[in-house]
Design a protein around this ligand. Structure first.
Ligand SMILES: NC(=O)c1ccc[n+]([C@@H]2O[C@H](COP(=O)([O-])OP(=O)(O)OC[C@H]3O[C@@H](n4cnc5c(N)ncnc54)[C@H](O)[C@@H]3O)[C@@H](O)[C@H]2O)c1
Ligand SMILES: [Zn+2]
Length: 368
């Protein structure tokens, strides 16, 4: 970690994502929104830059980023899409590309994605395909986006037939996390993002569990930085998810995705479904890998502290969850591959989990 206090009064943390062909830095600091233009100065090519955001984030933060870009000599054009997952579709990409064409952006231009994971994935994908690819910058403003989606270069949109099925790897040129923006997030959105933080802690940094405080909404830069470093390290080692390391990030997601899917997108937030999925993965870890109960309890206590659910909501049928899971792409080639823990911080990919064990764990999580 390198400290850099040239531009901002507050401390800024730099984390490098050490990719072989396209290494980049994630800059984390309260108030960094106001120095994005300045920090981009050395990197930019053309003057024209699209600032893509959503209708919730625009009134909160777009002006600050626009001012910063303008002050640094850029001519930004603001593109606002409706907030929510439904914007993450090909029509959204087309709308962004059309707006960039109208504003005269070309291959020398660039894009700034300001918002949550929806904007990061959508605008990142637009950047991946506009003029066959222009550079872009991520400015994540949700917990999910800061600790997870903004780093790693997975961009894309949903198809009618499923989530995230159309996309591209396109690494950002830089990422700017301003943890201060998290203070305007609704509590439910904040807490669901912490589910991914707890996942990171469980697979890679158990000490993080002791540092989480559900009442803390400021001074979060060190916590965000630890999560970015975990994601950065895993992504750098396995950029295209080919050696299995990146798959460790799916801890809790196999069952979590199935629950999310059966509940209907939007009923349970992603992080809430993942919280239940983590509970299931902990039970399977105890059963198949002998993970100590004390380890599971530390994770469960952390999830409870952030009011994340641990049981499957009433009305969701076990059989439908099981079927959804069998269709999940993580079950490719018929074998059940589960990320399990031997202990906190010791993930393994197991093929030992039987369909019966999956049925049992789903049944054990049903609300009585
Ligand atoms: N690319 C990846 O590796 C990756 C990883 C995880 C998730 N994702 C994707 O991320 C998306 C979910 O991201 P998300 O949870 O950030 O959702 P989101 O982008 O929809 O943001 C959640 C809500 O918070 C609002 N918001 C954003 N920042 C705010 C702020 N600072 N203050 C107040 N409101 C704010 C948004 O307008 C939205 O209504 C999903 O589409 C998922 O597939 C991608
Ligand atoms: Zn997730």
């Amino acid at each position: 970690l390198v400290n850099d206090d040239r531009h901002d009064p507050a401390e800024v943390i730099e984390i490098s994502v050490g990719l072989e062909n396209s290494p980049y830095s994630v800059w984390i600091g309260d108030g960094i929104l106001d120095s994005i233009g300045e920090r981009l100065g050395a990197w930019r090519r053309g003057k024209k830059v699209a600032l893509v955001t959503d209708a919730n984030v625009a009134p909160l933060y777009a002006d600050r980023v626009l001012s910063s870009l303008t002050a640094a000599g850029f001519s930004p054009c603001l593109i606002v899409v409706p907030a929510g997952e439904s914007s993450k579709c090909l029509a959204g990409v087309e709308m962004i590309c059309d707006a960039m064409i109208s504003a005269g952006l070309d291959r020398s231009s660039s894009l700034v994605a300001l918002g949550g994971g929806v904007i990061g994935d959508l605008a990142g994908f637009a950047a991946a395909v506009y003029y066959r690819g222009i550079p872009y910058v991520q400015v994540p403003t949700t917990v999910v986006a800061q600790v997870d989606s903004a780093v790693g270069g997975k961009t894309g949109v949903n198809a009618t037939g499923g989530k995230n099925l159309i996309g591209a790897f396109h690494q950002p040129a830089m990422v700017f996390c301003d943890p201060f923006t998290l203070s305007t997030l609704p509590t439910r959105e904040f807490n669901e993002g912490i589910a991914e933080v707890i996942k990171h802690a469980a697979i890679r940094m158990p000490s993080l569990l002791d540092e989480l405080d559900p009442n803390q909404r400021t001074g979060l830069a060190p916590m965000i930085a630890k999560n970015v470093s975990i994601k950065a390290e895993i992504v750098a080692a396995d950029e295209f998810e080919t050696i299995g390391l990146r798959a460790m990030l799916n801890f809790g997601h196999t069952l979590g995705h199935a629950i999310e899917n059966v509940a209907g997108y939007g009923t349970l937030l992603h992080g809430e479904a993942i919280s239940i999925g983590l509970h299931a993965a902990l039970k399977l870890s105890a059963q198949f890998e002998g993970m100590p109960d004390a380890d599971a309890n530390r994770v469960l206590d952390a999830l409870r502290a952030f009011h994340l659910p641990l049981q499957i909501p009433a009305g969701l049928q076990s059989a439908r969850i099981f079927d959804a899971m069998m269709k999940d792409k993580k079950f490719a080639s018929g074998s059940m591959r589960f990320v399990l823990l031997r202990a906190l911080g010791k993930p393994v990919i197991s093929s030992d989990v039987t369909p019966d064990a999956v049925r049992d764990v789903i049944a054990s999580l049903q609300t009585a």
